[in-house]
Design a protein around this ligand. Structure first.
Ligand SMILES: C[S@@+](CC[C@H](N)C(=O)[O-])C[C@H]1O[C@@H](n2cnc3c(N)ncnc32)[C@H](O)[C@@H]1O
Length: 293
């Protein structure tokens, strides 16, 4: 039987890229469907059935692009509703303050798995962390990176978006001692088995700190997420993947040892799950924060 962390979201099976170049490669509809039905995810497989295919059996690129953009636009609304950019600013503010006291120059915040870059666009536009902080978004999905860059240009917001892997984000980092890494909704995609390597990369690069946000699993998060996805999301894939991400997300008691295995003693780590007794809507998505000692 599959555990929740083995299960897939629909978007996971609609995108593939060449391991060396990172270039997008076409996905065969039958393969995408089988990855879901093999795990007993029949409702998700039916969502793939509804996507048109070309004569060669690969999924229609335009139809897939439309789904990715629709789902990620809806994700931006969710982020706005649960105040993710504000929570990112408040988690990073003490680390930014310390960097200002100890070093000089521009501080860079790199959002790994940035999607359409809603969080960094809000942070950059509001200057929530001060005028000496710049933002870079990184994602392995070129469609989303290009769309994020277009949105930032249209809004005249100074965020740079680059194509890259969250497990090897070196191309987005120039001065590690003045770089902070953030993410939202990415840890459960990376998965428990790869998380120690993900966190180890922070220590190898020696970045100043990080704040990675992901849903805190539990009754209130599932109930709140169900309510938000049912009432505010129109795209069926958003609703399915939203519920699935709540199932795949890891509690603080699992995340902390995985992060500790990666960074060793080089960082102070904090991650607290919200109360199980009372609903705390603004903590549905909560961070694991690391400060370099
Ligand atoms: C649930 S979405 C969250 C997007 C965005 N952070 C937000 O909150 O709207 C997960 C994102 O992580 C990206 N992603 C997942 N694994 C990644 C990896 N190893 N490297 C880069 N991006 C990754 C996906 O392409 C997707 O854009």
């Amino acid at each position: 039987m599959e555990t929740s962390t083995d299960l897939l979201e629909v978007l996971d099976v609609l995108w593939d890229s060449a391991p060396d170049s990172g270039e997008r490669v076409p996905v065969r509809k039958a393969d995408a469907r089988a990855r879901l039905s093999d795990r007993g995810q029949d409702r998700a497989a039916r969502l793939v059935d509804a996507i048109p295919a070309r004569g060669d059996g690969t999924l229609d690129t335009q139809a897939v692009d439309d789904i990715f953009l629709a789902v990620h636009l809806e994700l931006g609304r969710l982020s706005e509703f649960v105040h993710v950019p504000q929570a990112m600013a408040s988690s990073l503010a003490p680390i930014v303050e310390r960097l200002r006291e100890e070093t000089t120059g521009t501080i860079r915040v790199v959002d790994v798995g940035c999607g359409l870059g809603f969080d960094t666009r809000v942070l950059a536009h509001t200057r929530a962390l001060g005028p000496d902080v710049e933002f870079v978004g990184l994602d392995f999905n070129g469609l989303l990176v290009d769309a994020a860059a277009r949105l930032a240009r249209a809004e005249s917001i100074p965020v740079r978006f680059v194509h890259g892997d969250a497990l090897d984000p070196g191309n987005a980092i120039e001065d590690p001692a003045r770089t902070l890494m953030i993410s939202s909704g990415v840890l459960h995609h990376i998965g428990a088995s790869a998380l120690p390597a993900f966190f180890a990369r922070h220590a190898e690069l020696s970045v100043a700190g990080f704040a990675h946000f992901d849903p805190a699993p539990g009754f209130w998060t599932r109930a709140g997420a169900w309510m938000l996805h049912s009432t505010r999301m129109r795209e069926p894939v958003s609703r399915y993947d939203g519920a699935m991400s709540m199932r795949r997300a890891l509690p603080a008691s699992t995340l902390l040892p995985l992060a500790r295995a990666g960074v060793g003693e080089a960082y102070e780590l904090t991650c607290e799950d919200p109360s199980r007794l009372v609903p705390q809507p603004d903590r549905i998505v909560r961070p694991i924060v690391g400060r370099r000692r």
